[in-house]
Ligand binder design. Sequence first.
Ligand SMILES: O=C1O[C@H](COP(=O)(O)O)[C@@H](O)[C@H](O)[C@H]1O
Length: 238
Amino acid sequence: MAREQLNSAAYSWHAFAERQDLAAALAGHVAGRLTNAIAERGTALLAVSGGTTPAIFFASLSSIPIAWNKVTVTLVDERCVPASSPRSNAGLVAANLLQNAAAAARFVPLYQEAASIGDTLEADSRMLRSLPWPLDVVVLGMGADGHTASFFPDADNLEKLLDPFSERVVLPVHAASAGEPRLTLSLARIVRAGFLALHIEGEDKRKAFESAMGSETRKPIRAVLDAAERPVEVFWAP
Ligand SMILES: O=C1O[C@H](COP(=O)(O)O)[C@@H](O)[C@H](O)[C@H]1O
């Protein structure tokens, strides 16, 4: 396991030679944070990302024996598709994270099929507001375009999405590059997490991250790092 660690004010960089090693290390950190939260307040709140990257990490985390019956899992963002769709982030979590020991966790989805996205948003907001905030752990992903959560650079409400003082829990997203309408946790909820990790893999994402950190154009991932209350832990493998 070759591992490299770099630090800047906004983030710590954890690099691994193998994706499996990254998954095990990140799962260990997350399980430790959840365990501490349960010891401190009797419950823990975890928000995870979807897409393709988290599957191996989810499998590692699902096997760690913590008090999963005291953990609530939700999503950082969701595509407005049925849970049976291969594009559903909830589907990815059900198949890979809510397994083994973690099958005892409570899962609260962002999206449920409803007459309109407005109805969905109202119902989700009610349910999500009742969760034990703040988030103990958030694991973000990132696209090569610099989007994270569903903060797409071309979203028509990007300014609202990236408002660090927003009172909203969840927001709708419409962006041509996103594929379908989305729901996302607000940046304000994400950046207050006790432990905020970014999980990225591949050279294209390393370059995209570095470019976002140096660039004058403020990509969404940069906005999250700038607003975060503590340094973001970045986990990367080729
Ligand atoms: O659309 C999404 O993309 C990002 C990155 O996904 P990946 O497939 O490149 O890993 C993900 O973090 C987000 O949750 C998802 O909705």
